[in-house]
Design a protein around this ligand. Structure first.
Ligand code: HEC
Ligand code: HEC
Length: 436
């Protein structure tokens, strides 16, 4: 969906959101784009350079080919092929597949069979060097040894630049203030790429993805480029080559069956985008991120938060949301960050912590995680909920009441508060959710 870029003065922002929301009454995301001065779903943050944003967005939408480095195994050919619902950068219909097993009671990602993420497609035959004919692996399904399977639907990236700037101490402070029965866990991640507000090697609270795995959108972008599209990259940090995202994935098959036509199925057909080599191995103390990754990050960092819609419960639904304890995790905090030379306030309705969700947890983790750790899921930000289709990590439902009832573990008390609320209270709550 193509939209004209508009410029919004910060002064008009409050009113503009309300005007934009009127267009959403009919449930048509597109209608918001006609309102004057409004920030529509998928728009740039005020103050973003329009030409740079358009170029970065075009890169996020660009379909990659084998010549661009796609594969040998991959899930899709562009970021926006998945992040597309309502606007480029929105949620998606694509449900990724993860798997693993338990070994001596601890999670095992079966990395030697290509886990825990499955790549669903292969490029077929390819020639890594003249005269060498290889065949990309086609995944064995189920992967050998797998006993745990999970689906994960595409999450939206809109407003990611705002989320990225929430100070770590704000998030850990929320955790400290939570009652023990629902207290979340802040995941920490070591920064890979020096970009935006981050320097390689720093440790920050991870806040992106269903399991809160990365703190930086640049790291997420390089990770997605590799794992979703099979495009490896190198970057530079202070004159040093960063090759954290430069190893091809192997297809999901038994390790003993990993050589096809004499070619290992995780053969690196050249480093797809060896930015560091192009720049003389980062000579001169160069710090720079590979250009596609930098563009993806710029696009995600500079999209505005999803605009709020009309609350037809006249405020009663929010009262109910708080009464049932939803705000324990989906905190109602208005965060304020400084971005593009101005202060921007936003309400994502998430603490960005991970919670033990009991039977709702997806059971996937890092190698040697305990079962309890694999049940942890990040509190889903509820902003933009009305633009979503399938909800919960595996998109098992589009019905919000069903999603609430599925909350278990630390979410069980809230689920039962919803279950024992009156029909009118439930209706108010659902009307409120429809405004997000
Ligand atoms: C095959 C579909 C697919 C493609 C292609 C894809 N993504 Fe995603 N994206 C997902 C899924 C699924 C998730 C949730 C993953 C998870 O948490 O396990 C996700 C999550 C994200 C997030 C985290 C948002 C949040 O906080 O929840 C970012 C950032 C992101 N993707 C960026 C990108 C970029 C940049 C590209 C292109 C290089 C890309 N994605 C390509 C499916 C895709
Ligand atoms: C203990 C923390 C916690 C509490 C309390 C809680 N939630 Fe959640 N919520 C989560 C987590 C974590 C997820 C993601 C779960 C998953 O899909 O695996 C989630 C997901 C959701 C989703 C689906 C969003 C999406 O992105 O797919 C909705 C809607 C939702 N919660 C609403 C509520 C409401 C309404 C209440 C109160 C009745 C509530 N939640 C209480 C933690 C909580």
């Amino acid at each position: 969906m193509k939209r004209q870029l508009r410029w919004v003065s910060l002064v008009s922002l409050g009113a503009a959101v309300a005007i934009g929301a009127v267009g959403c009454l009919g449930g048509e995301a597109e209608e918001t784009s006609t309102s004057i001065g409004a920030v529509s779903f998928g728009d740039a943050l005020p103050g973003t350079n329009a030409a740079q944003f358009a170029a970065a967005k075009a890169n996020f939408e660009a379909t990659e080919t084998q010549q661009d480095g796609l594969g040998p195994i991959f899930n899709e050919r562009s970021c926006s092929a998945c992040h597309s619902v309502g606007a480029t950068g929105g949620a998606g219909q694509n449900i990724e597949r993860r798997y693993g097993t338990l070994t001596n009671g601890l999670f095992n990602s079966l990395a030697n069979t290509g886990g825990s993420l499955r790549q669903l497609f292969g490029i077929g035959g390819y020639n890594p060097s003249p005269g060498v004919n290889c065949q990309s692996g086609t995944a064995a399904n189920p992967a050998p040894g797998a006993t745990i399977f999970a689906g994960r639907v595409t999450t939206p990236t809109l407003g990611a630049g705002l989320v990225e700037l929430i100070p770590d101490s704000t998030i850990t402070g929320i955790a400290a203030a939570q009652p023990a029965s629902i207290r979340g866990v802040a995941n920490f991640d070591t920064i890979h790429l020096t970009d935006g507000p981050f320097v390689r090697g720093q440790s920050h609270v991870a806040r992106f993805g269903w399991k809160a795995v990365h703190a930086s959108v640049t790291d997420f972008a390089a990770d997605a480029y590799l794992n979703e599209m099979g495009i490896t990259t190198t970057s530079c940090a202070g004159g040093t080559v960063v090759s954290d995202f430069a190893t091809e994935n192997r297809a999901n098959r038994a390790p003993t069956n990993a050589v096809i036509n004499g070619c290992p199925d995780d053969l690196v057909p050249g480093t797809d985008d060896n930015f560091a080599a192009e720049h003389n191995n980062c000579a001169g103390g160069l710090t720079a991120v590979q250009d596609d990754v930098a563009n993806f990050a710029f696009f995600m960092r500079n999209t505005a938060a999803p605009p709020r819609g009309i609350d037809n419960s006249n405020g009663r639904g929010l009262t109910e949301f708080n009464r049932e304890g939803c705000n324990g995790c989906h905190v109602t905090t208005t965060f304020t960050v400084h971005i593009n030379g101005q202060n921007v306030s936003f309400q994502p309705f998430s603490d960005f912590l991970t919670h033990d969700m009991g039977s709702l947890g997806d059971g996937i983790g890092n190698d040697n995680d305990s079962v309890a750790t694999t049940r942890r899921m990040r509190t889903s930000p509820l902003w933009g909920l009305r633009f979503r289709n399938g909800i919960l990590h595996d998109a098992r439902t589009s019905d919000r009441g069903t999603a609430i009832r599925a909350h278990a573990g630390q979410g069980a008390a809230a689920a039962s508060a919803f279950g024992s609320a009156t029909g009118a209270q439930q209706n108010d709550l659902l009307l409120f959710l429809s405004s997000l």
